[in-house]
Design a protein around this ligand. Structure first.
Ligand code: ATP
Ligand code: MG
Length: 344
């Protein structure tokens, strides 16, 4: 096997040195990391080509000494080392002959930045979730403890108020957990789609009827559903969820009349949900769809629009925010036409 061509295709950096510690191979990925070329590096001592240091600034080659060190060592498990101030994940394998003499050292380098980014966003997620769960649970604990300790000191109205708060906070926790499950399915690409021919107009009507039944005055809603829309395959429950989320936001964060239009557009169906509230400033328009972003204290957990985007995109659609004719926020999503059920 030609070492060179095999290593050339690897996405990770590979540097090989011989029994004397002289570099014999630098693949293109390693050359990129090192900011050099294979031709310039081959033939030089490995220590000079790869001046790695550990987290305390010590020279890694002196610490491990592959040529003089422990003759039983055959590999170096992944370690974070630094190369001229840049973090790299380094693994090495020590190829030895029968006398356990080192004949070749293969070093694999991986840029740490991409992994650090996912690790950080995961850590952020955990701390945000913990924080979000803590405030309703603190109130549940506080009110139940107070009621248990001082039951006789409160009148019925006071007790009722406390229990109502506990009840609402328990609902908040349940809702947060449901949203988090959706988020994790979206992030893992594990959304289960039960596609069928759907009428998005029905999802809209259902969402509006639901809000009216819950006490919203009917005159707050204007619904336009235009004919001539192409056949659309989608998961009806997920469509309901998308529309319900946008309508809820229009009521909670917007103001005035909520106008919802369903019409044919560019080989698909376009749905707009507009309101007459303060709208969303252009500078934050791209951020509203990110996890946990919320504009004001009245906000919920800030997951609604992230889920909306995930669900719409899982259908091959797009979603964006702009201004409604009356100056409020207007969300618009497009669902492509005729996506077959097996085309998931
Ligand atoms: N129609 C709207 N008008 C004005 N601001 C809006 C509107 N819709 C959303 N926003 C802003 O975008 C933020 C994010 O919305 P999103 O639906 O993701 O979260 P949320 O409504 O705060 O919480 P959740 O939906 O998870 O309960 C909101 O907090 C709000 O500041
Ligand atoms: Mg919301």
């Amino acid at each position: 096997m030609d070492d060179k061509t095999a290593y050339d295709d690897l996405p990770d950096g590979v540097v090989v040195a011989d029994d004397a510690g002289v570099v014999t191979v630098v693949n293109p990925a390693a050359a990129r990391v090192l900011g050099t070329t294979a031709d310039a590096a081959v033939g030089l001592p490995l220590r000079d080509v790869l001046p790695l240091t550990d987290d305390q600034g010590r020279d890694w080659w002196t610490c491990t000494d592959p040529w003089g060190g422990l003759a039983t060592r055959t590999r170096q498990p992944e370690r974070k080392l630094s190369l001229a101030g840049r973090d790299l994940l380094v693994t090495a394998s020590y190829v030895r002959d029968e006398q356990r003499r080192l004949v070749r050292l293969v070093v694999v380098l991986r840029d740490d930045r991409a992994r650090e980014r996912t690790d950080r966003s995961r850590a952020d997620l955990v701390s945000t979730v913990a924080h979000e769960l803590r405030s309703p649970l603190t109130s549940v604990k506080g009110f139940t403890a107070t009621l248990l300790a001082k039951w006789d000191r409160f009148n019925d109205d006071q007790k009722k108020l406390m229990l109502e708060t506990v009840n609402a906070d328990a609902d908040r926790v349940t809702r947060l957990l449901t949203e988090l499950l959706d988020v994790s399915r979206i992030d893992a690409g594990r959304l289960e789609m039960r596609k069928q021919v759907v009428d998005v107009g029905r999802s809209v009507q259902k969402a509006v009827d639901g809000r009216i039944a819950a006490g919203e005055p009917p005159e707050r809603f204007v619904v336009h559903v235009e004919d001539g829309r192409p056949e659309t395959w989608a998961d009806p429950d997920k469509m309901d969820q998308v529309v319900a989320n946008l309508v809820e936001n229009a009521l909670r964060h917007g103001a005035g009349t909520v106008t919802i239009c369903v019409r044919p557009a560019d080989d698909g169906t376009e749905v707009t949900v507009g309101d007459e509230g303060p709208g969303i400033p252009e500078e934050v328009a791209s951020r509203v769809f990110t996890r946990f972003w919320r504009g004001n204290r009245r906000g919920g957990t800030g997951l609604g629009l992230y889920i909306v985007k995930g669900l719409v995109e899982a259908h091959g659609g797009t979603v964006e925010v702009g201004r409604s004719p009356s100056g409020g926020a207007q969300f618009r999503f497009l669902l492509p036409a005729g996506t077959a059920p097996y085309d998931e």
